[in-house]
Each structure stands twice: as C-alpha cells, then as structure tokens.
Design a binder for this molecule. Sequence first.
Ligand code: GCB
Length: 598
Amino acid sequence: MISNNAIAKHGVLTCFFILLFVDMATAQMAMISAAERKVTSLNGYWDVIIDPTGIGDWRQVWLEHKPEKKSDFFEYSFQGGPQLKVPGDFNSQKPELTYFEGTVWYKKQFNYEPKKGKRLFIYFGAVNYRTDVFLNGKKIGSHEGGFTPFQFEISAPVKAGLNTIIVKVNNTRYQNGIPGKGYDWLNYGGITRDVNLIETNNTYIDDYSIQLKKGSLNTVLGWVQLNGERPRQNISINIPELNLSYHAKTNDEGIAKVEFSSAFKLWSPSSPKLYRLIIESETDTVADDIGFRSIEVKGSKIMLNGKPVFLKAVNIHEENPYKAARARNKEDALLLLNAAKKLGCNMVRLAHYPHNENMVKEAEKMGLMVWSEIPVYQHIEFADTVVTQKMERMMEEMIKRDKNRCGVIIWSLSNETYPSAPNRNNALIALTKKCRNVDSTRLITHVINSQQYENNTFDVWDTLGRYADIVSINEYVGWYTPWQGLPANTKWKLICPEKPVFISEFGGEALYGSNNGPTDEAAYWTEAYQAKIYTSQVAMFGTVPNLCGVCPWLLFDYRSLGRMHPVYQKGYNRKGLLSEKGEKKKAWYMMKEYYSKK
Ligand code: GCB
C-alpha cells in the first residue's frame, strides 16, 4: 500500500515511486501528524555499537550472535557496551564521536501484544543519513536522507512479547548523496529525531491537505487520504471554533476531495491565528492546528493575504548553539526562534535541509513565516539519475510533512548549485515542475550565486531564476568579494527583471569580542569589520530592483569542520550575528535597526 499524497493525487507520480523505490525495501513516507496520535515512544537510551570500519555488516550485528560452545566468541555485542540518547546526534554525546562519520548500530527492545484489526508502524522523525532497520533479526527496510520522517509497517513481523529493533545508522558522505560530499555545517549523525511505535486501525488517515485555495481568502481546497482495507468511508472535517462541519466520502482509492468556505481569521505574523481542526473517518480520527493565509507573487511583490510583505528573515542552522548539538526539541526550537524574533524578523530561512517539526510548528505559532529547503547544496551529481530520484523523494517527504503548515510560504529546491554541472538545469527544472504539481499554493525558489559582480554591477544571469517565483541571491560582497565601488551606487542586470528579488545570504565573519588589531582587515575577524560589511550591504539593498526581503547569514555562530582558524574560528563558522553563547555582535544591532525601519 503506497501512501503518499502526491501518489494519491497524481497517477503519473504513482508509477514513478512504485518503479523507483520498490527494490530498496524502502521506507514508506511517514503518516502525517504522527505527533498528534497516541504513540508509544521509543525515545530514551539505546544500546549502541560504534563501528568505524563498517565491519558490523559482515559480523551480522542484527543477529546478535551469542557464544554456544566454549570455543565461541563474538567481537561485536551490544551487551555491556555504550548507550546513546535518542533523539540526539551521536557526535555531541561522546568525545570520541565528535567528528565521527561512519556507522553506529543502535538497539532497543519493546513489548507488544498484537491485536486483531490493528496495524503497527515504527516511525522515525529523521535519521542522518542512511538507515537500515532490522526487527527480530530480519531486515525490514532502508531509508536515505537525513532530515525527513519515514516509517515501516511492522504489523506482520512484530511478535507477541519482547521485540528487538536494531538500526544501522551511517552518516558517511557520498558523492551521490544529498547533500553531497562538501558542506559547511557539522555532519551530525545518528537517530536525531523521535522514534515512535504507532498503532492504527486497519484503515487509517494517512494524509490530508487542508489549506486555502490559491488566491482565495476564504475557500479551502484539499483532500483526505485513507490507507487500508476499507478505502470507502464517510469522513468529516470539523472546526469547532467556527461551528464548521464538512462531510465527504472517500473513493475506491481512499481519497476524498475537500472544499469548503468560511470567514476565517487569517494567519499573519501580527496575528498568527490557528484553528483546531479534527478529521474523522469511520475508523480513525486525527487533529491538527491549522491556519489559513494566502501567499502569492503579484508583479514584483510578494503578497500575504493580498497585501505586500517585506521578508525580514534570518538564516538558521538546526543547531542548539549552547549545547553545540543538533537542535531537536521544542526548547531548542524556542531558543532559536525567539532569537530571530528579537532581531525583528518575520521569517526564518531554515537552512539547508528540512528542520525538525518543532521548528516549523513553533515558528508558525509565533508568527514567523518559514522558508523550508531540501539539501540540494552546491556539488550535486545531477547527471546521475539515482541522485535526481533522491532529490525528488526528499522534496516529497518535506512537502508531505509540512504542507498543512500555513507558516511555510516558500519551498526552496536548491542552494548554490553550479550552472555548468552536467544536467543541472534539466534536473532542477523537472524538480520545480514536480513541486508545483504536488503543491501549487506556495512559492518556489532556487538560491543562485553564479551572478557576476564587476564594475559595481551585478549581472544575475542564471536561467534557473526563470523557473522560480522569487529570484534568491547569495552574495558575500565585503567578505569573499571586495566592493567594486560605492555600495549605494550598485547597478543591477537581472535575467528576470519582473520578479521579486530576495537576498538570501550575505555577511562576513567576526569573533565576538575581537576588537584588537586593525578593524579594516578581514584577517582579524573583528566585529567592526563585520559591522562595516553590514553598513555597506544595507546601503546596497537600496539599489536592488524589486527587493522583497533580505536574510543575513546567519543568526548564531555554528559548528563546521571547514572553519579551523586556530584563534578566531576553532571549528565555528563565525558569520553569526550572535556568538554561540548568544552574545550580540555589533552587526546584530545594525540588522535590528534595519528591520525596525522596514
Ligand atoms: C554560502 C552557503 C552557506 C555557507 C556560507 C559561508 O554561500 O550557502 O551554507 O555556510 O556561504 O559561510 O560561506
């Protein structure tokens, strides 16, 4: 049984997924709103085997061999070994794993009593990067991709009593991975998000799409998708606060179209209104908090609920700076998002991969618009069809999880890819079309950094812009590139002069408190040098045609292996407006002032 909304809606994609992923005993796309269900959490300490050479495959770790004869011994065992906390990256939990990129085997046991008419799923919020899952010594499937949820149905193999789950996690970088081999953040590996057992009735609500119809401020257009033996059912959607009850019937594929209108109080940054919504079928019930807003581009402007909006954004990595660990829970999300709010932001760019669900949900509750992206980052092997398949799968998984989050206004499908990379344009154009097919309600962008900057003129020529709703540009003038004239006199040549332009990254590095040494030389990482970049950038923003928003790189200093200056960086990319301890650099105040005037 395939359970993807796109599959439900688009026959073409149905075939696509069945053909491509059948041989991998691939994980299913995770059911929607899993966190809203009654689940049995498998979070907590798991036994682990650290396997730097990957020899555990040959040793068949999942069989948990035990000595039978006096002459037997087995070198790989969970018994008496270390433990790691789930959810959590492994790098921050043991000093010997700080920079580890390889295999860790995880083991957890649980008791279960199979019940007639019930189905059981094991759900992973995310595991970075490759996952193989074994239940009671048998492989049940695999997943690739570090930042999206997936599940396996284990109704058949689960047994009465004690069951053992063994998960092989591998965060090695691959040439044909997404991201590929090179990226500027710490490669946190492990079971980084929640693991849950989810019991459902035989037929359950696998997915639903409940958002305003494109261009409308009062009509919802969507669908509900059931999964199971009884696809034809009566369903209802209830919003008690509005006294609204909508009824429909699902068809032979378990799908019901949804269309209803109401005088919704619209969601916006100043009034982030959400409604409790309950979806009921004859065999299942799920609830969600859903907001309603419209987002579109009209001419050169971005319109939220029909009114122009300027995107006051900031880039954020999924890292808790205080813990130097992968952010994973609500507290981590609040720490990051409150810091964005304090800066005066109305949007967060969740770079460079889908962040955990807490980030998206809490941002929405706080009135922060969200830009969500897949890790199609710089060096991607677009000519390899396996890579393009993975890219599409990751996009589908991202959209499946978050398509009902009105806070999410932008899907970003690539960051700084190289126009000369073989098949890059074809692959990204095809991906854009698929994205629009799956979700026509949000804006789509690709982040470009191939522009030329000469004679104080930006020439934004990358044709990828033609396929995006917003032209997003990363530029580091003042840091990686020197200014070529007065910032306030910058000229622009744009391949799509009619579209909104978003400066998706700019900035430079400074170590908080670095005020010694020449303030006009980059090599001293001074706050003054960084602040000067910001002054010039702000002057330059005034010259950008159709500027619809800006997004400094980035909120907090963050860990990255390529940033090893022994005095100023020490393993941190120092482009934060805040240090990893939350100290405000001079540039923070400048950005704050810019946003307060916008
Ligand atoms: C970029 C990348 C971002 C890097 C940043 C930098 O253009 O998109 O991931 O971390 O530059 O600091 O160089």
